[in-house]
Write a protein that binds this ligand. Structure first.
Ligand code: SAM
Length: 283
């Protein structure tokens, strides 16, 4: 990475919960982003992320491990930042600057609250298919963003934008659903580990509508997104300019704390056939 200088770490506080409901009342999405995430309650997604063994012990652990202990001097982009859970973690790694973008104005409002107005972060309401930056970032985090592109053309455009926005040597990381024909996302296979499932139609093709079903209380929450074969993601990234030798779709790891917390065998199904893969690409 091309990192320039070190800035001090930030003390970030939890947001005030009642603000969240107000922020979810409206949703601003751009023309290129018909998949309406904020309307489907970021509040519930927050609760899910804090209760899902997979999100805590595989996703967050593997993503942060892959990013490393310090981002000193780095220019960082959190693309599709949602309510900013990773924006906040990235800020703790003391980069030179963070840009956090999301197509949803509600998500950005929430991220601002959650990150306690950190001056390190520049927030932008922006569609990932319209990302304007060129040769700027040392690290782009696009975590569970790409399946929100409504079709293959937009997916390819987003990947091209990401490549263009990275500096040479810069890195892209983030999770993708691990989709292929015959993949088993059933309750038996991933339900308990994820605290949710993907609801996928029979014989999905690239762009098929699927739901991320969160086992929230009192009712389940369905978040619509798109099914893309894992090879479609890989091809879109290669066509964007990433070299095959510098592009990996990796199985996530379970943290030692996660291993210790659950009974033997708990993680077997999800490690054997991960519900999501960690994309790791260097320009
Ligand atoms: C599943 S959430 C992930 C949020 C965050 N990256 C995380 O890991 O917690 C997906 C986010 O992508 C945003 N999103 C969906 N389509 C988008 C688009 N076309 N451009 C930018 N953001 C988009 C949604 O508003 C939502 O906040």
């Amino acid at each position: 990475m091309h990192c320039l200088s070190r800035s001090g770490s930030r003390l970030l506080r939890e947001p005030v919960a009642p603000v969240l409901k107000l922020l979810l009342a409206r949703c601003q999405m751009t023309d290129n982003s018909p998949l309406d995430f904020a309307q489907l309650a970021i509040e519930r997604y927050q609760a899910f992320k804090r209760s899902s063994p997979f999100a805590i012990h595989c996703e967050e652990y593997s993503l942060l491990k892959s990013i490393g202990n310090s981002l000193a001097g780095c220019q960082v982009l959190d693309l599709g930042c949602g309510w900013g859970c990773y924006t906040r973690k990235l800020a703790e790694l003391a980069p030179a600057a963070i840009v956090a973008t999301d197509a949803s104005g509600d998500a950005i409002s929430l991220a601002k609250v959650y990150n306690n107005g950190s001056s390190l972060v520049e927030y932008r309401v922006e569609d990932c298919a319209e990302l304007p930056d060129r040769n700027r970032f040392d690290l782009i985090v696009a975590n569970f963003l790409l399946p929100f592109n409504a079709n293959v053309d937009l997916l390819r455009r987003t990947c091209a934008n990401i490549y263009a926005a990275l500096r040479p040597g810069g890195r892209l990381v983030g999770f993708l659903p691990n989709c292929f024909q015959g993949v088993d996302f059933s309750r038996e296979m991933v339900g308990r580990q994820v605290n949710g499932i993907y609801e996928v139609p029979a014989n999905p093709v690239d762009g098929s509508e699927i739901n991320l079903v969160l086992f929230t209380s009192p009712t389940e929450t369905r978040i619509p997104l798109r099914w893309y074969h894992r090879e479609t993601y890989r091809t879109a990234l290669l066509d964007a300019g990433f070299e095959a030798s510098k592009l990996r779709l990796e199985k996530p790891e379970v943290s030692p704390a996660g291993q210790a917390m659950f009974e033997p065998g708990f993680w077997d199904s999800i490690v054997g056939q991960p519900a999501a893969l960690l994309m790791n690409a260097t320009k």
